[in-house]
Design a protein around this ligand. Structure first.
Ligand code: CA
Length: 228
C-alpha cells in the first residue's frame, strides 16, 4: 500500500515515514503543498496524509484541487481544532481528520479504516471481467480461461492473477505482492511469492504459446501482452 505524506514539519514527517514504513506501507514524502499536489496528481497512492498548514499551497486548497480529478482517500492532520476548520476540511473532501498531537497507533487505525473502506467501495465499481490477449478472468464466477481452455487456480493464485490483471503493465515488486496478496510484511527469508508465481505460470503461461507474466530483473513482475 502506497501512502503520500504531505507534511512540512521535518521532525514529524521523519517520525511518520519511519513508523509507517515499519508498519509495512511504502511512503513518499512532500514537505510543501506545491510538490505534494504534483505528486498526488502524478502518482498512484492508496492514501494521502495531508497537513492542513503547508507552505506553497495549504492543505485545504490542495485538497480542493486534487478532488477535481482524484478520489484518493485523504486523512487530514491539523493543529487547529476549530469546528469551522473541521467542517471546511470535510466539505473540501477529506475522508477523515486527526488533530495534532495524536498517537501513532491512532493514525494507523484511521489509515486501516480508510483503506478498507476504499477497497470495499472500489471493488463494486470495478469490472468483473478482466481480459489480456487470450486470457480471461470472470471475477464473479471465479473462472479463468486461456484460449478458451479452463484453468484451475487455488484461491491465492486467483488473487495473485487478479492483481496482475487489474494492474496490467505495472511492475509489482515481491514486497508489494507479499503485502497485497498475503497481507504480510515482506521477509526476504521466505520465497512464498516466487513459489506462487512459479505455480501460477505453470498453469496460465507455460502450456500456451506466449508468456503474459514477465519477470523484471531486480524489480518484480509485470503482466502484459508483449510483441513477439
Ligand atoms: Ca504544517
Amino acid at each position: 500500500m502506497k501512502i503520500l505524506l504531505i507534511e512540512d514539519e521535518a521532525k514529524l514527517s521523519n517520525y511518520l515515514r519511519k513508523g509507517l514504513g515499519e508498519a509495512g506501507y511504502s511512503v513518499e514524502v512532500a514537505d510543501n503543498g506545491v510538490d505534494g499536489l504534483h505528486m498526488a496528481l502524478q502518482g498512484s497512492h492508496d492514501l494521502l496524509i495531508l497537513d492542513a498548514m503547508l507552505p506553497g499551497i495549504d492543505g485545504f486548497s490542495l485538497l480542493a484541487a486534487l478532488r477535481k480529478s482524484r478520489q484518493t482517500p485523504v486523512l487530514m492532520l491539523t493543529a487547529r481544532v476549530s469546528v469551522e476548520d473541521r467542517v471546511l476540511g470535510l466539505q473540501t473532501g477529506a475522508d477523515d481528520y486527526l488533530v495534532k498531537p495524536f498517537a501513532f497507533s491512532e493514525l494507523c487505525a484511521r489509515i486501516e479504516v480508510l483503506l478498507r473502506r476504499a477497497r470495499d467501495t472500489g471493488e463494486s465499481a470495478r469490472p468483473t471481467q478482466l481480459r489480456l490477449a487470450d486470457l480471461e478472468m470472470d471475477l464473479l464466477r471465479r473462472r479463468v480461461s486461456r484460449a478458451g481452455q479452463r484453468i484451475e487456480l487455488t484461491a491465492k493464485e486467483f488473487q495473485l492473477l487478479m492483481l496482475f490483471m487489474r494492474r496490467q503493465g505495472e511492475v509489482l515488486s515481491r514486497t508489494q505482492l507479499a503485502e497485497l496478496v498475503w497481507d504480510m510484511n515482506f521477509d526476504s527469508e521466505t520465497n512464498v511469492v516466487e513459489v506462487a508465481i512459479r505455480r501460477l505460470r505453470s498453469k496460465m503461461d507455460v502450456p500456451f504459446a506466449k508468456a503474459l507474466l514477465h519477470t523484471v530483473r531486480g524489480m518484480g513482475y509485470v503482466m502484459e501482452d508483449r510483441a513477439p
